[in-house]
Design a protein around this ligand. Structure first.
Ligand code: ZN
Length: 281
């Protein structure tokens, strides 16, 4: 079921217990029409924000909420449209609300995210006990458990009532031959029901594996670009999927020229919409 955000009402961070996806943004990295692609998952008293791009704090503000209301993060990879808003969360948490948000993150990705991205803007906020600050001064790590190594690393965590599985994806560089020689990036499966691909190149092995091992999957939100090549699954590549799979897919992370494309005519469920609560009964 789809329910539109009601203008001027605060974004709902709790609900009656139904698994709900709300896209704060639905556009590509450089979209000027949408707030990039940032996904809020809500279920009962629990919420997790999947990715926090450059314009995510502005999106939250315009949905009558605030980055300081987000208590749980999960970051899929280090492009700025997925992490650019984290510094604001970190600084507001340390110096304004005096709270450390939770972040669901593997040790491997925590080291990469801190040392290659966040450290530059955060470490020298102060000298604490004689040393610059570190990751744990800003975020509380919630470590998912590895539940399988094959066919690719699979991690699991229960964020309250929300079950999340993380798996490796094949996003950058475009010269990589598989997920194993790609830079760290993750997609997620929620409650064994809904896939959010985050950013990945077209990866038929991934789709076939998940649908085979988790026959309870009922919906897929898949990133998409409107040209071949590059580091996302293209509209043309996704159009080659089995019609039964395409029916389950809403496209996201799309460019500002999206009105030139017609996913329903190509057998997809459609474009995912920004500012819409997708409620899974
Ligand atoms: Zn990306």
């Amino acid at each position: 079921m789809e329910k539109n955000y009601l203008k001027d009402k605060p974004l709902e961070l709790t609900n009656d217990g139904k698994l709900t996806f709300f896209f704060l943004g639905i556009g590509s990295a450089f979209s000027k029409l949408h707030y990039q692609t940032n996904l809020l998952i809500i279920k009962g008293q629990d919420h997790v924000l999947i990715d926090c791009g450059t314009v995510c704090p502005t999106a939250l503000h315009n949905y009558k909420s605030s980055i300081i209301n987000i208590s749980n993060f999960l970051i899929t990879h280090s492009h700025a449209d997925h992490i650019g808003g984290l510094e604001e969360s970190a600084l507001m948490g340390r110096y304004v609300t005096k709270k450390r948000p939770n972040m669901i993150i593997t040790d491997e990705y925590k080291d990469l995210l801190w040392n290659s991205s966040l450290k530059g803007g955060l470490a020298f906020g102060e000298i604490y006990e004689g040393k610059p600050l570190e990751y744990h001064h800003f975020f509380n790590q919630i470590k998912p458990e590895m539940i399988s190594k094959s066919p690719r690393p699979l991690y699991e965590i229960n964020a309250g009532s929300i079950n999340i599985k993380l798996y490796r994806t094949m996003h950058i560089p475009d010269s990589a031959k598989s997920w194993s020689d790609s830079s760290l990036s993750y997609g997620i499966l929620v409650d064994n029901r809904v896939i959010f691909s985050s950013d990945t190149r077209f990866d038929i092995d991934l789709i076939n594996w998940l649908l085979k091992d988790y026959p309870t999957i009922e919906h897929i939100f898949h990133d998409c670009q409107f040209f071949p090549g590059g580091v996302h699954a293209s509209f043309q590549e996704l159009s080659t999927l089995d019609p039964e799979i395409k029916k389950m897919i809403n496209l996201c992370h799309y460019g500002d020229n999206y009105k030139n494309f017609h996913p329903r005519d190509n057998g997809f469920a459609g474009f995912a919409r920004q500012g819409c609560y997708y409620i899974f009964n």
